[in-house]
Design a protein around this ligand. Structure first.
Ligand code: DGJ
Length: 543
């Protein structure tokens, strides 16, 4: 937000000088476009640009019922303790439009005001037609209009707790409300406190692979839309003919994605902020049948369908509540695609999840956000911490205290493809990052001092490391609970690495502030990182 204030002064100067040359409108417009938060793609990599520069979202999400003004005093202390630069907060359709056509932006405006006071950006979560698959956040005029906004009907003819994506009345109403939200936001937020918008929340349906209502059956018996055939390189036919065993699930994914794509497109037409959809995952290693997970949302198997159906959505993002290394990193692999910027919009808030911040960075994440980070009294122990106290916050706060001062530098290095990062894999204890002539070797667990010691791993596994390359022999290094060292990649050269200089310091903006040189015990056994927030600039040579 410091940068935002700078840009407000800059914008005044720009308006003054542009007005004096009679080109006010054009130049103000181009500045607005440049400073509007946006996703930028270059050389197959993505960055979230905020105020015209790559931005790394160090985020957290509040509990579902925590965005109400009376609750916010129980949110901000946690925001501060975590060193967040971004808070994810819901906007509830039932609150925003209590009666059809009557909008109440008061909660939105309170959030904007208080976020600015606390110097954080916001990501708004539109809890509309879908929240965890259900329509619980729809206003009464939707909930009570079952004839026109019906529930999904399962194959046995029973209603399930999810609204049908085939209701034109539902779509029109959601789209109108979301468009009004974006219109109001545009007017109320010239400084871009809000940097992204999530459209719906974990959309899809539990309890039925798709809608089997008469209306849905008719559509299902029809032809697959041409745009989807093209995207999937398929020949024309009905859903069953084209997609066989996957037809039910793919039809539902297309239907929901198309609906949400329409909502997003209408919102973007008035205010084009980056927009994403979050996914309730299926098991990435052993996915069961479609009716064993939330069907229709952007699970890994239907990402191409979502891309074709909802081009207004910038990215599809996994909510990762899978604490084991193999599953967590598999999910990151599945969503880190050439056509999809990487974002972890929700993850568990128990300490074991904190180290995955590094793996997310290593998958070029534009942001990371543990869920349920406030002290309103709710905890979801099966997927997170038993209580949100200092112990639960500490490992997340450590990550963000390391990366907060250099978030822009890190986002830029990642965008340029110069950064690699890993989380501790309890199965191996040593990981290697390839930087051409150099290999960075990350090892975990104490004691590692002396020759011949084998790293035993941390118990519990809580390490992570990041290495970014500035030049052929120059690196930026940080880690938690890990040792980082470098080796000459080509063993046949029979050369050893030596540290020319290891500087500890940190960034303020783009400027490096030197603190001290590490040497002696601090470098003789590699670069050992504990739970102290330490960042090093390392230059290497061989002997
Ligand atoms: C994922 C959802 O997206 C969140 O809103 C929340 O319900 C968590 N699951 C569980 O607490």
């Amino acid at each position: 937000m410091k940068r935002s204030r700078f840009f407000s002064i800059a914008s005044l100067l720009l308006i003054f000088s542009a007005a004096s040359f009679g080109t006010l409108e054009l130049r103000a417009q181009s500045r607005t476009n440049q400073s509007l938060p946006r996703i930028v793609q270059k050389d197959g990599r993505y960055a979230l640009f905020v105020d015209g520069a790559p931005f790394l979202m160090l985020g957290a999400q509040v509990n579902n019922s925590s965005a109400w003004p009376e609750m916010l005093p129980k949110v901000w202390p946690t925001v501060e303790k975590l060193h967040l630069n971004t808070l994810e907060v819901p906007i509830y359709w039932e609150q925003f439009e209590p009666q059809q056509g009557h909008f109440d932006p008061s909660v939105l405006h309170t959030l904007l005001d208080q976020a600015r006071q606390h110097h954080v950006h916001l990501v708004l979560l539109w809890f509309g037609t879908w929240k965890n698959g259900s329509g619980h956040y729809t206003p009464p005029f939707i909930k009570l209009d079952e004839a026109r906004v019906p529930h999904v009907v399962n194959a046995e003819g029973h209603k399930v707790d999810s609204l049908s994506p085939h209701s034109q009345v539902g779509l029109d109403a959601d789209r109108a409300a979301f468009t009004e939200l974006m219109r109001d936001l545009k007017a109320a937020d010239p400084q871009h406190t809000v940097i992204m918008v999530q459209v719906e929340n974990e959309s899809g349906t539990y309890g039925s692979v798709r809608d089997f209502s008469p209306q849905a059956q008719k559509l299902f018996a029809g032809q697959v839309p041409a745009v989807l055939l093209k995207a999937m390189q398929k020949q024309p036919g009905t859903w069953q003919q084209v997609f066989g065993d996957n037809a039910d699930e793919f039809f539902h994914a297309w239907s929901i994605a198309h609906y949400i794509g329409e909502v997003a497109a209408a919102g973007k037409a008035v205010y084009p902020l980056p927009m994403y959809v979050n996914a309730a995952l299926r098991d990435p290693l052993h996915p069961g049948k479609a009716n064993t997970y939330e069907s229709g949302g952007p699970t890994d198997n239907v990402i191409p369908i979502w891309k074709a159906a909802a081009p207004a959505i910038d990215l599809l993002a996994p909510d990762i509540y899978l604490p084991d290394y193999a599953r967590y990193t598999k999910v990151l692999d599945l969503y880190h695609r050439a056509d999809n910027p990487m974002l972890v919009p929700e993850t568990g808030n128990s300490p074991e999840y904190a180290r995955y911040f590094f793996a997310a960075l290593g998958h070029q994440a534009i942001g990371f956000s543990p869920f349920g980070m406030d002290t309103t009294g709710y905890v979801n122990a099966p997927i997170g911490a038993a209580r949100i106290d200092e112990d639960a916050l500490a490992p997340f706060a450590l990550n963000y205290s390391i990366f907060g001062p250099m978030d822009g530098v890190i986002a830029r290095l990642n965008f340029e493809g110069k950064l690699q990062a890993v989380s501790e894999d309890p199965a191996v204890h040593t990981q290697t990052l390839d930087f051409g002539k150099w290999k960075a070797v990350i090892s975990y667990g104490l004691p590692q001092f002396g020759n011949g010691k084998v790293p035993p791993g941390n118990t519990p596994p809580d390490g992570g490391a990041m290495v970014a390359q500035f030049g052929p022999d120059e690196f930026l290094v940080t880690a938690v609970h890990a040792r980082v060292d470098f080796e000459v990649a080509d063993k046949s050269l029979a050369k050893q690495r030596q540290f020319v200089k290891v500087e500890e310091g940190n960034y303020e903006g783009n400027n490096w502030h030197f603190t001290r040189i590490w040497n002696g015990d601090q470098t003789d056994y590699g670069l050992n990182f504990t739970s102290a927030p330490q960042v090093l600039r390392v230059s290497l040579a061989t002997y």
